[in-house]
Structure formats: structure tokens, C-alpha cells
Ligand binder design. Structure first.
Ligand code: GAL
Length: 431
């Protein structure tokens, strides 16, 4: 399946390349008359929520100070599926943007097509090899060539809660699955919404990241979501994981279907709902609404996933562009990795820096915990790529999982059927 997608893309690419080559020839005539250097970068991304836009502004403003203007190409849709579809058509037309926000295995897929720029001179000058953690480097570099600039590290196994609601209902932070279910029941009984959730495949899958660890532990997550072990995928433990998904399903409100993740965050912010299970980009929404961690909201690791971190890192992948655009492209890459920027940006985004040499001094309690958890998980062998966010397996497998998890969440499979369907779907996605 993967080979099929890659060869299809290659075929499309050939069409695109010939269009591009034609464009380059025409431009060659222009160039002979006038050598132009572009101080503009077009960036394709999916950061369209309030918190995300605020974080992106930090980057835009940083570049503006350096005399580089920004052409914004936003494609709404958390997790980036929509953005990746737009990118494919742009690449086929031979017109990729200067830089594209991307996750994990998608970067490797694009690098395999030979469409990405070589950032090695910037990376060497700024010693990226020494400061970017190996878990990220595996995606930022392809065959020894830096093709992307990592901007952050997010993690998916978090729960966000409205502090006042917990206090009013006498709920303390749940440490175990059973305590979490009891807390959800208490909220539901009070007439409020227990779990703010948006029924979109990537959000269901984000919850599933946590559920798999919480049900079977870190080894089970690794076996199923990273190693894609068939027996583990169709095991009783996986049936149990789906049963827990069904339990969570009973705590969402009737209007959950299709709801954007940031609207679910707003439900917690505004006191309509108690909890949201979401990656730490949710913190960007709470902060953008002026809320303070520990006072207005609390964040904790999904019960029974403490000690494990499922991460995803946003990287800005640099495409091969015309020579006139390369200086600005390299400045963009350099700005993204710069230590001061990594602090300023990640304070707003909710993520933690993509470098190992940054102090946590300026971060709030959630950021400090995020950095500590990450370092500990990395040292203990419990840091894993998020399946839901493209760091567990390539897109073909991820999408197969999305389909099964979402179908089960919407009642189309029993938990027994879902485990079998998941194993089958993942197997055929790898053929
Ligand atoms: C993730 C991305 C985050 C956040 C989220 C929701 O895939 O890594 O930065 O933007 O989607 O849009």
C-alpha cells in the first residue's frame, strides 16, 4: 500500500516537475535581465486556533524584525490532514511553498521523493546535531541531510480540567483509570458535561494513544503502536483498550460529532465541561483565554500513563526552492531553532523546546512538568512517538488506525470486532 502511494506520488511528481521545469525556464529569461532576491517566505500550516495563531505570530514577528515577510497559507484541521492534502496538490503542480509544518513519518515520505532542501550548512554552523534530541533527529534528517527545522515537542497523554468545577464537586486529580471514571461519573451526575471531545478521527485517535498505555502499559504501547505486532494488536488487552474507549464515549455530550478540538477546550475554559483529553497544544487555548495553570485550570497525565510520554514534534520542512528564495528559507530555519525563539514560541504554544539545552526557568508549572516528564521518559525508555500524530508509524498505518478507532467510537464495531479490524487494517496498510 505504502509503495503504491509513493509510486503514485512519484508519477504525479513527474508531471509536476515538468511544469516546474517549464516555469524555471521562463524565469531563466527573466533572471538574465534582473537578479532578484526574495525576502518572503510562504509557509503552509494548520495553526488556525486562537492559541496556535498567537504562537505563530511569535515567529512572524521574529522574522519581520529580520526583514523577512511572511505569506500565510493556513489550512484548518487539527493534526494536519487537510494541510497534507493541500501540500500534495501544490507539489503536483510544481509549486510547493518555501516551508511546510509537518509531523514525523510524513517528513520521511517527502524526503524520499527528493523534494526537500538541504539545510546542512545552517545546521552545522549552529550545531543542531548536539542540541536536537535523537527522537526528533530521526525525522529532521534524511540520509544525513537536515531537511526540517524542529520547532517544539508536544505530548498527547494529557488531561485538561476546569479547576473550579473540580473544587466545587470535591474531585481530586484522578491517578488511576477507576478514579478517572468515578470523577467523570460525578460530573455527569451534576448535570455538567464530563468530557469535552470533538468527534473527528484524529481526536479519537489522540485519546486512543493514552488509552493504549493506560490499559496495557508502555510495553504494550510499543508493541502495538510502534512495532505493529499483529498478535498484540488482536489481543484481549486491545479488546480491553477498546472497552475503555467505549466507557469514555459514554461521557461525551450529544453534540460532540465533528466538533473542533479548540471548541472542546473552550467548553472546559468556560465551565461547561470538566475534562478534555488532548495534547498540550490545548494549553495554548487556556493561556490565550487568559487562564492560569493551577488557578483556573489543571493539567495532569492521563491516569495510569504517568512516567510515559507519547510525543509529537512540529517541524518546518523546507522544500527545494528557487535560488532567489534560499537565503530567506535558511534564515527561517535558523530562526526556528534559535534558543531565544524556542522559549518565546513554546511559552505560547503549550509545547516544550525541541532543544535539550534550554532552561525551564521561564516556563509555567505545566511546561516545567512537560520538560521533566520528557527527560525522564527519554532516560527510562518510555518516550514513544504518538501514533495519532504521525510519530508511531507512517501515514498509511495511521490512517488505517484512524478509521477503526473512529468507527468503534461511533458504535459501528464491538470492542472485540474493533481489535480484530485494527490488526487486519494495519496489516493491509503495510502491504
Ligand atoms: C498537532 C500539532 C500541534 C497542534 C495540533 C492541533 O498535530 O502537532 O501543533 O497544532 O495538531 O492542531
Amino acid at each position: 500500500m505504502k509503495i503504491k502511494i509513493v509510486s503514485l506520488m512519484l508519477a504525479l511528481l513527474l508531471v509536476g516537475t515538468s511544469i516546474f521545469a517549464g516555469g524555471a525556464q521562463d524565469q531563466g529569461q527573466d533572471d538574465s535581465m534582473m537578479e532578484k532576491v526574495s525576502n518572503n517566505v510562504e509557509v503552509l500550516h494548520w495553526w488556525t486556533s486562537g492559541g496556535e495563531a498567537a504562537a505563530l505570530n511569535v515567529l512572524k514577528e521574529d522574522l519581520e524584525k529580520k526583514g523577512i515577510s511572511w505569506t500565510d497559507s493556513p489550512v484548518a484541521g487539527g493534526g494536519g490532514e487537510g494541510a497534507m492534502t493541500v501540500l500534495k496538490s501544490r507539489a503536483v503542480a510544481g509549486n510547493p511553498p518555501v516551508a511546510v509544518q509537518m509531523l514525523g513519518f510524513d517528513i520521511i515520505d517527502w524526503a524520499e521523493l527528493g523534494l526537500l532542501a538541504n539545510l546542512n550548512d545552517v545546521a552545522e554552523k549552529e550545531n543542531w546535531d548536539a542540541v536536537i534530541p535523537d527522537a526528533l533527529k530521526g525525522f529532521s534528517k534524511y540520509n544525513g541531510v537536515w531537511v526540517a527545522a524542529p520547532v517544539n515537542i508536544h505530548s498527547t497523554n494529557w488531561v485538561w480540567a476546569n479547576k473550579k468545577m473540580l473544587d466545587d464537586l470535591g474531585i481530586s486529580i484522578p491517578e488511576t483509570w477507576d478514579e478517572f471514571v468515578m470523577a467523570l461519573e460525578k460530573v455527569k451526575a451534576s448535570g455538567k458535561i464530563a468530557l469535552a471531545h470533538g468527534g473527528q478521527a484524529w481526536q479519537d485517535a489522540t485519546v486512543f494513544d493514552s488509552i493504549v498505555i493506560s490499559t496495557g502499559g508502555p510495553e504494550f504501547y510499543k508493541k502495538t503502536m510502534i512495532d505493529l505486532d499483529d498478535a498484540a494488536l488482536r489481543s484481549d488487552m486491545m479488546v480491553e483498550a477498546f472497552k475503555r474507549m467505549a466507557v469514555l464515549r459514554s461521557f461525551v455530550d450529544d453534540n460532540f460529532s465533528g466538533r473542533d478540538w479548540n471548541l472542546a477546550s473552550s467548553m472546559v475554559i468556560e465551565g461547561q465541561a470538566a475534562f478534555q483529553i488532548m495534547g498540550d497544544w490545548a494549553k495554548g487555548e487556556f493561556k490565550n483565554a487568559g487562564q492560569v495553570p493551577g488557578e483556573d485550570f489543571v493539567a495532569f497525565r492521563f491516569p495510569e500513563t504517568q512516567g510515559t510520554v507519547t510525543f509529537n514534534a512540529d517541524q518546518f520542512v523546507m522544500f527545494n526552492v528557487d535560488e532567489s528564495q534560499q537565503a530567506a528559507q535558511k534564515e527561517l530555519a535558523s530562526s526556528i531553532v534559535a534558543p531565544g525563539f524556542q522559549i518565546a514560541f513554546n511559552l505560547v504554544k503549550g509545547s516544550v523546546p525541541a532543544r535539550t539545552d534550554i532552561s525551564d526557568a521561564e516556563f509555567d508549572i505545566v511546561g516545567k512538568k512537560g520538560m521533566k516528564d520528557l527527560a525522564e521518559a527519554s532516560a527510562n525508555g518510555t518516550l514513544f512517538g504518538s501514533m495519532a500524530h504521525g510519530h508511531g508509524a507512517p501515514a498509511s498505518v495511521k490512517n488505517a488506525l484512524y478509521d477503526v478507532v473512529t468507527s468503534h467510537f461511533n458504535g459501528m464495531y464491538t470492542s472485540e470486532e474493533a481489535a480484530a479490524e485494527l490488526a487486519d487494517a494495519i496489516k493491509s496498510a503495510q502491504m
